[in-house]
Design a protein around this ligand. Sequence first.
Ligand code: F3S
Length: 395
Amino acid sequence: MYLTKEEEKTLEGEYGETLRKAMEILVALGEIYGADSLIPVRSAQIAGVSYKTIGDAGLEWISDLKGKARIPAILNPAGMDMMRWQEMGIEADFAKKQQDIIAAYESLGIRTKCTCTPYYLEGFDVGYGDHLAWSESSAVCYANSVIGARTNREGGPSALSAALVGKTANYGYHLEELREPVISVTVGFELSGADYGALGYVAGKVIGNRVPIFYLKGQPSEDEMKSLGAALAASGAVALYHVEGITPDAIRYKYERPDENLTIEKEQILEVYETGKSGGSSLDTDIITLGCPHCSPAELENIAGLLAGKQVSKEMWVCTSREVAGRYPDLVKDIEKSGAKVVCDTCMVVSPATNNYQCMMVNSGKALAYVPSMCGVASRYGSIEECIREAVHDN
Ligand code: F3S
């Protein structure tokens, strides 16, 4: 792998131990995956923020680093709402460690907005063709597929290394030839809303880490494509998908249809909605969560409208970024009037606050896949309307 003189000096430790370690990680990955060189990246998004997932070892590792990010860099959700953690029932010990993690990232010049939807944030622009080093799997899928940016599915340490060096190794989805679809997915019926998360949940299991191209009836919205990508990334390991005639690379490159095809039947989508009813747990739902990935302004508006004049009788979370919530205080107020909580900086999966429930209802294929393993809580699936109906059930 070719390194410039400056990169070599960094690797030799001339600019300090942190940059040396960061460069070592980038070069090691580049060599494993056959990169020819390092390339500049426009931004980094760093996973490995919740104390629930990284623990003391992660905190220690980040705290030992010194230096400053050279490019805009942002964090994935933390383990708690950084302002309302007490209300969430987070213990003081956990909160202290979480605050220490955020402070350690902040001292490295990382923006401490914690979200899996950084593409909604002002001043964190990302456009077609931009090279990035993002690590949250749903954000990676959205950036590659819906925006047409170029990023691999980085691990937390490699995204942080890219932030500090300002570069990443040139392999995988940074290369045009590896972005071509190798499997087609045909859906011969109309989908809407949570159907896209269900589609991702079903198709991801078959696709694994390959690049699919979807042949759909109708035109999914950006929020629907966000749900599709998040579920594909969780039930499989998809980092890039195309939708014929809709996503930017599919329009630009007019890909030929791959030989291998997966046809999804309506019954397979309906089965996902049955998960947790007939197929999985028979436990009663005691928490409902929306906003995986974090809600867009349009999703907040929709939820506020659906909750208008209603009171929830069960714990209900609506997860979004603090910045989006801050831009729409009236929507937050409207949602919270119903008794639901608008939870920022964190989510239903990476916070320990959901671990004590028995069954969570979600409208996200990603949450459906992760909640049982990450929270030890049964999960069931519904459309946004069904989730809200469940939340206000006894009122
Ligand atoms: Fe985001 Fe948490 Fe879902 S990080 S994608 S809301 S699991």
